[in-house]
Every structure is written in C-alpha cells, then in structure tokens.
Design a protein. Sequence first.
Lengths: 299, 299
Amino acid sequence: MSVIVVGSTALDSIKTPKSSNPRLLGGSASHACVAASFFAKTNLVGIVGNDFPSRYLNLYQRHKIGLEALQRVPGKTFHWSGEYEVNMNNRRTLATELGVFETFTPELPESLRDVPYVLLANIAPELQHHVLDQIRKPKFVIADTMDLWLNIALESLLKLLRRVDAFVLNDSEARQLTKEDNLPAALRKIHRLGPKYVIVKKGEHGSVLSSPAGLFVAPAFPLRKVVDPTGAGDSFVGGLIGYLASRTGSIDSNLRRAIVHGSAVASFCCEGFGLNRITKTTRPAIAERVRALEKMTCF
Amino acid sequence: MSVIVVGSTALDSIKTPKSSNPRLLGGSASHACVAASFFAKTNLVGIVGNDFPSRYLNLYQRHKIGLEALQRVPGKTFHWSGEYEVNMNNRRTLATELGVFETFTPELPESLRDVPYVLLANIAPELQHHVLDQIRKPKFVIADTMDLWLNIALESLLKLLRRVDAFVLNDSEARQLTKEDNLPAALRKIHRLGPKYVIVKKGEHGSVLSSPAGLFVAPAFPLRKVVDPTGAGDSFVGGLIGYLASRTGSIDSNLRRAIVHGSAVASFCCEGFGLNRITKTTRPAIAERVRALEKMTCF
C-alpha cells in the first residue's frame, strides 16, 4: 500500500569542523520520503521555489516518489543552515530562511486522498492538521514534531495528538512535553494525550516504543563514523511507515520490525551529508543491517 | 562455582531533594556481593572499622556472603556522602573519609586462592592487582573502575587491563580513556589495551558488550521511579559474574544472558536507598525481569 508524507522540503547548508556543504537536499519530507521509498510507493506533499535544483527533482524521481502534491512556485526554497561541533552531537542553527514555505497551504489532489499510510513529518502542526483533514480514511497516521512546535504551537500539537495513531518525538522533547525526567512516566503521560503508540527517539541510544502490548526497546545501528546526523530522525520514521505499508497484517504485529527497519535506514542517512549516502543504499543492504541488529540483541 | 569480589565496603550517606539517608551500607563490594549472591556463593574481600554496624554484618550473612577475607580493624569505616539533584541523574560528592581504607592491604586466606570467578570491583587498581596476584588459576576475571582511577592511577589500570578477561566501564569513562566520542571506535581501542570482553554501561540506556563474536546491545530495565542509583553499576557487574558462576558452558555462551541478569538485578538496586530494596528481592523476581527484558527486545 502507499504512503503520503507531508513535511518540509529544504536546502540545507551544513558545516562541520572539517567541511562545508552548501545547499544539500534536506527537509523532513525529503529525508522521510527517500527512506520510505525503499519499501513502498511514497508521495511527497511539500513546496519548493524556482531555485530548487532539477537534480533534486530527479533524485525524488529516481526513488519513484510521487510529486503530484509537490508545489513548485516562484520564490526561494526553504533554506536551513547549521553547524555541527566536532563530536557531531551538538549543532546550532546559523540561519533559517522560510522562503516559499511562509505561504505553504498543502492541497491534495483527489488521487491522494485515499492513501492509507500517513506520515505527518516534522512541520507546523497547523499544516499537519490541514493535510490530515484531507485524507478520507487513513489506516495509520503517525506524527513527528520538534521542540520549536512545543514552544510556539503547543495547543495545535495537542489537538493533533488526539487525531493520530502514533506519535514520534525525541527524548528531550518528551521531557519538555511532560515535565517528566523518567521515560516510562513520560510515556504514560503522552498516551493520555491521545496516541495509542508513542515512540521516543534517543539518537545513538536507539528508540523506545510504548504500546498497549508494553514496551519495545530498539537499538540504533552502531556506526564507526557519523558523518552527518541531519535527517536521521526523519529517515527513521520514513523507513518505519514505509515498512508498515509494505506488510500485510496488523500494525501491532509489524510495528516492532518496522522500528528496526527505521533504525537501519536511519543509519545510512548518518553516513553521508544530506541524502548522499542513503540514496546509494539498497533494500538488501538495509535487510543486512536489520539482521545485524537482530544478532546484536538476541540473548 | 564460587565468586570472589574485592572492592570498597563503605557507609554511604545519601541526600536527595526529599530525604536524607545517613550511614547506609554501601561500597562497590557490598553492592556487587549482594547482587552476585542471588546466583552463586560469593566471597567478600574488604575492610571495615569497629564502627561498622553489626546489622550490616548480619545482612552479608543473610546473603551467605563469605566474610573470611573481610578485615575488621580498629578505626572508622570508609564513609562517602553525596547529594543527588532532583532528576536523580546528577550527583555530587559532599565528603569522602577513607578511614581504615587508607591502610587496606587485602590478604586472601588459602581457602580463597582457588576461587574461579574473580570480580575486581571499583577500587584502586593497585589493590585489584594485589588481589589478582593471590588467585592461582582464575577461570574468569572481570574488572570495574571509575573516573578517579583514570585520573590518578592510569598506568596501574592499563597494566591491569592486560591481565583481565573483561573490563567494565561507563560511557563517559570509555570516552575519557580513549579520547573517542564514537562508541564502536572507543570499544576497538579498549580491546587493544587487553580485554577480550569490553562492557560499556550507559545507565538508563543499558549496556553494550563488545566481544570477538561482535556487539551485544542490552537494555536497562525501565523503572517508573528511580529512588537511588548509587551502586547500580556495582550490582550490574555483581549480578553478571554471579550468573556466570552459576552456569556450566563457556563464557561466550553465557555472557549475554549474564549481562541481562546484571541489568535485572541492578534495577532492584535503583528502587531503594542503599541495599534496602535489592536485599528484599528474590531469584524468581529477578527471573521475571529477565523475561520482561526478553519480551521488550524481541522482534
């Protein structure tokens, strides 16, 4: 079955102590769509300006990402620039230029309103609502977010949580949202806000799923070298929903393996700048990392 | 088979924002011995002063901990006092009074020199060497440490690493020792220092074993409430070696389950001040948490 992803489509300029990488393809929707595309037909809902390089459109197309709902308008593409410290754990934003994103109102063509798997990737909660409003009968809706929306759009985000099956956030966001340092306590509070499934991303420490069946603790794939973690969380949730859409059977019976597939895909994202490495991976290479994760966790 | 543990035997005074707990039984050897005692006959190598409460000797005896190598001498027992912040993650040392520890020279009675499982719990590396020198033919030697010894006794610790099968340290210590932020890279460097098995403790994020068979990623048991994490690392390695000593078969075939048993035992340690909670647990209750960890990780 197919997937629809709304999120940001951006040009990212990423500095590290060793290199400068201007105008990479980035944004939550770009990362999530490419990750999902390894498993299922994926459709992108986003907006780019007329400065958007055609090589990036070609990249989407090589991954067979549906672009019917990608708006191309006059103006500048959303541009983010950031700088990582030497250990690649801390980053700071140097500049954010919204460009055409400022007036983005996603409209789904008729053909996309019946897509069953919906990923509301990191973007303003109002836009997540607006896309969800247009989907007729979603089978599974998962939302991601970031600290910014907890700070400036909490009310809209809380409303969204009552409308989604699953919610993904990172550990510091979970603490911020619940005022709980203890993860199991935070998870309980987040369930009370609506979602049946809550997934907390912990970076190199993996992720935790909380569901009615209990907790699932998944490792991150251990990497000898992290080149650029930008988009790893987006790739994780993209891989996760792509895998789910590729399976028959219930969400409950597939979600754990979906999370592990998300971890495996996200590991490729971290091995190159922007989408450089992940676009070169293959389904068998992903499956190999999933098997490696199985070996690393069985006892 | 039986276990010998050398480490500190202390009185711990632990403050939290909510309570003050003076003169609890503490020290790396106390925590490790109690944890190991659930699985195997365990012998304590340590020293206490004549202020050491008899109720704590009774506690050791209830756990059938061999006290032949526990020196009782005139003077004050080692006393540590510390204070935890509200989230129970950060602690600061308020006072350390070495007392009788200052002149500690562990001497093993003849009966303990053939004990096959040796835990060199956190203590000065010179004392770890001194105990290891007295063991005739150890089957398995594991050493723990702390940042203090990396700072003031690195040379002796590095010598020790060439003499042990396994080395346990926490993630910040692994970074400090190797100057590597990346965990797989740090693990490789630590193997080059000697140990066949390296186990990195990551607190609530669990632990990672690196061995010739590859990596094993183990979760911590998720707790709704952490009362006092003091001694959790000592309990972890104590449970680990106790479980190993209780098994037939090779170290390689048992080490993963030993780590999970260590995690389960350590979780009880965190649920009470000092040894209050762990002394009330049972082998079946530990087994239940091991089964829960199995359920939490299988996919």
